[in-house]
Design a binder for this molecule. Structure first.
Ligand SMILES: N[C@@H](CCC(=O)N[C@@H](CS)C(=O)NCC(=O)O)C(=O)O
Length: 293
């Protein structure tokens, strides 16, 4: 629900993304105008979580703008200017950058990630980031494949959680059509879901082999974007308590069939431990917005 006083709305900058997110509160408006960066996300997106976690750990002040599926498309297309509708998009210092590896490149060039991408290990860290990025779509594909038709009520709840009343009404009314669109866009078929499960299984096995020597971090002796990417992209399967979406018992229940093969694996135990010990607070406001919704 919009709680902006009239004067605040009247002096708001012409922001296409904000115009499509009328549920932003006055708090959000005020923060956006003092925060150097705005991160456009979906609350449940694991790629968004990767950048959220990176910004939180690097101590980069940012405001999170949580978008609603379908309504994100036009702003994401405009902001990204790459013919893509994906989130996250990071805005700041006069730029808008889409795509999580490109966002990391940019932040690194700005000198903000020297601890998370240490000079001595750049190639190895980025290679591990890349291998887990590659299974991100498979994770989404598998989760939706196993929950569409069984946990639709929870999926609708997730999609409308940060929506305006009008957006929520549209999502609810057209859910079957939107679900069909998702199926097509993500190529959600039984065969594709089985291939996704296989590819995720390979990366889970790789992660476990990497951890057999008892190490905490995937590269070197400190947290890097390799750990953040692996943990974030697998978080919808590990369902760590600390995450506002994946830690919800209703999410765990809705995704139980998809997550079953790895629920008790050492890899998921590592993801949960990373969340418990290294994730820290989400500074951008995703939790605050959730409480206010
Ligand atoms: N390569 C992109 C992938 C991001 C991505 O697939 N994001 C999903 C959410 S997890 C998305 O925005 N899907 C909606 C769309 O494609 O319109 C990245 O690393 O940022």
């Amino acid at each position: 629900m919009c709680t902006c006083p009239a004067w605040a709305t009247a002096c708001a900058p012409p922001d296409p993304a904000a115009a499509l997110q009328p549920s932003l509160s006055f708090c959000t408006f005020a923060m956006r105008n003092t925060m150097p960066f705005t991160l456009y996300t979906f609350a449940m997106s694991h790629y968004s979580e990767k950048i959220r976690w990176t910004l939180d750990t690097a101590g980069v002040p940012y405001q999170e703008s949580v978008m609603t599926p379908v309504f994100h498309m036009l702003p994401a297309l405009r902001m990204g200017r790459r013919g893509q509708t994906t989130l996250p998009v990071l805005e700041g210092r006069g730029q808008r950058v889409q795509d999580s590896p490109r966002i990391l490149d940019w932040l690194n060039r700005e000198g903000l990630l020297s601890d998370l991408i240490p000079n001595a290990h750049v190639a190895e860290v980025r290679a591990i980031e890349d291998r887990f990025n590659r299974i991100g779509k498979d994770v989404a594909r598998l989760l939706y494949a196993r929950s569409f038709g069984k946990a639709d009520e929870h999926i609708v709840r997730l999609w409308v959680e940060h929506a305006s009343p009008l957006q929520a009404a549209v999502i609810k009314a057209f859910y079957p059509v939107i679900r069909w669109g998702f199926r097509r866009k993500l190529n959600i078929t039984e065969a594709a879901a089985r291939r996704a499960e296989q590819r995720i299984g390979q990366e889970v096995a790789w992660l476990e082999s990497r951890l057999t020597d008892g190490r905490t971090y995937l590269v070197g002796e400190q947290l890097t974007v390799a750990d953040i990417t692996a943990a974030s992209l697998l978080a919808p399967i590990a369902c760590p308590t600390e995450h506002p979406v994946y830690g919800d018992s209703a999410f765990r229940e809705a995704m139980t069939e998809a997550t079953a093969p790895w629920r008790h694996s050492a890899a998921m135990a590592w993801v949960r431990a990373m969340y418990q010990h290294r994730r820290g607070a989400m500074q951008g406001g995703v939790n605050l917005m959730r409480q206010a919704a």
